[in-house]
Each structure stands twice: as structure tokens, then as C-alpha cells.
Design a protein around this ligand. Structure first.
Ligand code: NDP
Length: 291
């Protein structure tokens, strides 16, 4: 039985935001430019509205400008594309984020492809995904970036470690695998067609759940002492009937087996916005030639 350490993403993200605030202030002093983040929200998805509000609040707290564009769910795709093009051309906007998911009537890939890669602070544009894949400087997706920061904080070097990423989405699983590869981990990407998923997971020194299925990864899938990062955010009914959030990993079962684990909430989630703010400052620096 090992003692399982809790990875406090909330505290890590708070520290990161405090340092970032100082960096933003220094940048504004040196250049006279205030970094600006534009967030586009189409429709009324309640979870997206909460994310956008939190992003806006934390952007302002970091000393940057937050510009929110809220469009009705029935906005034609052409109008969304026109807004993105206008934001591309606006020199007060250094980062553009289009909140996903978009309504089904809009082609998300077409919208993402219209964002200027230099302003693509979510790192979803194929240019940034490609640059990451070939090892060039890129704007990197925020959630995977946050995961790797937490891992390096816990483990130091990741070189040679067996990492298993469960989930292969473009926004989490694939970019996370690329980042782990960049850190010299030995990476396996598992998904819904993987054979013997528990056995694959048991190989992992670093096990990452990015699936979106409540507590799917059981305690006995975890190698003793492994570091577990739980990206999943799943809303389930608690015993009192109230909704509560759980991850993709059976957190209670992991106690005494995992060496360290992120909680849900309070693990990866807070890192995502902190990394978004960091990407916005990076994008602003590059655009004014201060990088
Ligand atoms: P997607 O639905 O896009 O991808 C889920 C992945 O999980 C797919 O690759 C799918 O495989 C795989 N999968 C599904 N079922 C199984 C299964 N039974 N066994 C193995 N693999 C399976 O989800 P996202 O990547 O967008 O998000 C994953 C989770 O992370 C969600 O809970 C989401 O809410 C959360 N999230 C959290 C963020 C944060 O800030 N903390 C940010 C973004 C996401 P296949 O490709 O074969 O279908």
C-alpha cells in the first residue's frame, strides 16, 4: 500500500496566475500594449456560459483585456466566420477562442481553420497541431499543457517513463501524447477500440484519463505508485440526488495504489484557464515582436 499524494491543480494554477499577472504588467510597461483575449460563444449551452464567464473574469484579473462576443444559437455560419475574420484583423486582439461545442448547424473545423494561427490560443488550428507534431514552437492546447506542467512538478523529468493516455480527441488526447513525447516519455494512446484496456493501463507509470466516462478507470487498472492525471469532468447524481462532478478515474479506489492523483474538481480544470492566459501573453509577445 502506497500513500497517495493529492496533486493540487487549483493551488498550482493560482501560483501560475499570480506570476503571470506580474509578467503581464511588465509587458504592458515595456510595450504599452495590453494583451487582449476575444472569446466567441455561440448559443446558450449552460456549461459553456460558465466557462466563458470564468475565463473573462480571470483574464481581467491577470491584467489583460477580455472581449466577449455572444451570438444566438441560430447565427449563420457565415456570420461567425465574418466575426472571426474581424478579430483576426483587430490589432487589440492577441488571442481568439471559439468556445466549443458549437451548434450542430456550424462546421467547427471551418471556424477553427479561419482563426489566425498566431492568435489561436486554444492551439486547435491545424497549423499549431502540425507544428507541435513536428517539434516546432506552437501555441499548444491548454488542457494538455496543464497536465504536463502538473506531471513535471510531481515527477521532474518524464524521460523514459511509460505514459498511457486513454482518449484520442484532437483537443486533449492527441496533443497530450505529443507533449509527452516531447518530454521523452514512451507514449501509448488508448481508445474505445483498444484491446485489454485494463492491461494497457497497468503498464503506465503515468496514466491519463481523457475519456468522459464517469470513474471508468478502476483502482486495479493502476500500477502501484503510478502518477494519475484525471482530465474527465462528468456530472453524475450523488446519493442526495444533487449533481456532483467526478472524473474518469475511480478516485476512492485509486487511494493507496496511485503514487499521486489529481482530484476532480480541483485538479486539471483550473490549469486549463491558467494555460489559456499564458498562451494569450505568449501570443501577444510574438505579435508585438517582444518574444
Ligand atoms: P471526446 O469525447 O472527444 O473523446 C473521448 C475519447 O475517449 C475518444 O478518443 C474515445 O475513443 C475514448 N473513449 C470513449 N469511450 C471509451 C472506452 N470505453 N474505452 C476507451 N476509450 C474510450 O472527449 P474530450 O477529449 O473532449 O474530453 C474527454 C474528457 O475530458 C471529458 O470528460 C471532458 O469533459 C473532459 N475535458 C476536461 C477539460 C478540463 O479543462 N479539465 C477540458 C477538455 C475536456 P474513440 O476515439 O475510439 O471514440
Amino acid at each position: 500500500m502506497v500513500e497517495t499524494r493529492l496533486i493540487d491543480g487549483k493551488a498550482f494554477a493560482e501560483g501560475m496566475r499570480a506570476r503571470l499577472k506580474e509578467d503581464v504588467a511588465a509587458f504592458v510597461r515595456e510595450t504599452g500594449v495590453t494583451p487582449g483575449l476575444a472569446v466567441v460563444l455561440v448559443g446558450e449551452d449552460p456549461a459553456s456560459a460558465v466557462y466563458v464567464r470564468n475565463k473573462g473574469k480571470q483574464t481581467v484579473e491577470a491584467g489583460m483585456a477580455s472581449l466577449e462576443h455572444k451570438l444566438p444559437a441560430d447565427t449563420p455560419q457565415d456570420e461567425v466566420l465574418a466575426l472571426v475574420r474581424a478579430l483576426n484583423a483587430d490589432s487589440s486582439v492577441h488571442g481568439i477562442l471559439v468556445q466549443l461545442p458549437l451548434p450542430a448547424s456550424i462546421d467547427a473545423q471551418a471556424v477553427l481553420a479561419t482563426i489566425d494561427p498566431a492568435k489561436d490560443v486554444d492551439g486547435f488550428h491545424v497549423v499549431n497541431a502540425g507544428r507541435l507534431a513536428v517539434g516546432l514552437d506552437a501555441l499548444v492546447p491548454c488542457t494538455p499543457l496543464g497536465c504536463v506542467m502538473l506531471l513535471k512538478d510531481v515527477l521532474g523529468s518524464l524521460a523514459g517513463l511509460e505514459a498511457v493516455v486513454v482518449g484520442r480527441s484532437n483537443i486533449v488526447g492527441k496533443p497530450l501524447a505529443q507533449l509527452l513525447l516531447r518530454e521523452d516519455a514512451t507514449v501509448t494512446i488508448a481508445h474505445s477500440r483498444t484491446r485489454d484496456l485494463p492491461g494497457v493501463c497497468r503498464r503506465a507509470d503515468i496514466l491519463i484519463g481523457a475519456v468522459g466516462r464517469p470513474e471508468m478507470i478502476r483502482g486495479d487498472w493502476i500500477k502501484p505508485g503510478a502518477t494519475v492525471i484525471d482530465v474527465g469532468i462528468n456530472r453524475v447524481a450523488g446519493v442526495d440526488g444533487k449533481a456532483r462532478l467526478v472524473g474518469d478515474v475511480a478516485f476512492d479506489e485509486a487511494q493507496g495504489i496511485a503514487g499521486a492523483i489529481t482530484p476532480v474538481p480541483g485538479g486539471v480544470g483550473p490549469m486549463t484557464i491558467a494555460c489559456l492566459l499564458a498562451n494569450t501573453l505568449t501570443a501577444a509577445k510574438r505579435q508585438v515582436g517582444a518574444d
